[in-house]
Write a protein that binds this ligand. Structure first.
Ligand code: ACO
Length: 196
């Protein structure tokens, strides 16, 4: 045949036309030996370049947060987000899960504020939550940024990404996310991020 456009003959083969690899993302023709070879090479290089496993990163974060629980409570519904810097190091990890409600942290009375002039005391005091549930859709079960990469907006960027990608087709508002029992750092960050 003279027509240069026809490159593959549809003879009823099992895999016909373009295939999108679910792991490396390469689009290739599975029934074309040359394409297949290119894919195998690219696929291996791709896997070699990703040395980390999300579970391992989460363990590092859990360790720093003092979490004993090594497995997620609802692994199939949770989503783990990793922040990878330009040196291809994982410097941020966030685990989000679907929730239905959250409990707002209550502002402390002014007389307590006077007693807490010391910044350390203020950061580490216990806080009280409302007993009235409020609707929320996404729970931040844990958020962690590598100590040397903090205060560079990484947690903010991870949260922004969660809000735009956690629920397919909808952009979550800041009111629709809730943080589970935050650490002093987590509370300071959440207060700033949510403008509360
Ligand atoms: N103290 C005071 N304000 C803070 C702090 C802090 N430690 N961290 C963040 N903020 C506020 C600031 O206003 C900051 O803006 P600025 O730097 O311009 O002043 C703003 O939040 C945005 O901060 P980011 O740079 O986006 O936050 P970062 O990337 O540093 O990550 C995080 C914050 C995740 C809390 C980090 O400090 C961390 O990993 N800490 C140790 C682990 C931890 O405690 N995680 C929270 C657990 S709670 C939970 O997981 C639900």
């Amino acid at each position: 045949k003279q027509d240069d456009d026809q490159l593959i003959i549809d003879a009823g083969q099992k895999q016909f036309g373009a295939t999108n690899c679910g792991s490396c993302g390469m689009v290739y023709s599975a029934d074309n030996p040359e394409d297949n070879f290119q894919h195998t090479q690219f696929h291996q290089r791709f896997l070699d370049s990703i040395k980390f496993v999300a579970d391992d990163v989460r363990r590092v974060a859990d360790n720093e947060l003092g979490f004993q629980q090594l497995t997620l409570s609802r692994p199939t519904q949770s989503k783990t987000y990793l922040f990878i810097n330009t040196e291809r190091m994982v410097v941020g990890c966030l685990v989000a899960e679907p929730i239905r409600q959250g409990y707002r942290v209550l502002e402390q009375p002014d007389r307590h504020k006077d007693m807490m002039k010391d910044d350390f005391m203020e950061r580490h005091r216990a806080w009280c939550c409302s007993t009235v549930p409020e609707q929320a859709l996404c729970g931040i079960s844990r958020i962690w940024v590598f100590s040397l990469a903090r205060r560079q907006g990484i947690a903010t960027r991870m949260l922004d990404t969660v809000r735009s990608s956690f629920m397919y087709g909808s952009h979550l508002t800041k009111e629709e996310i809730a943080f589970s029992d935050p650490t002093p750092d987590g509370k300071q960050f959440a207060t700033k991020y949510c403008n509360t």
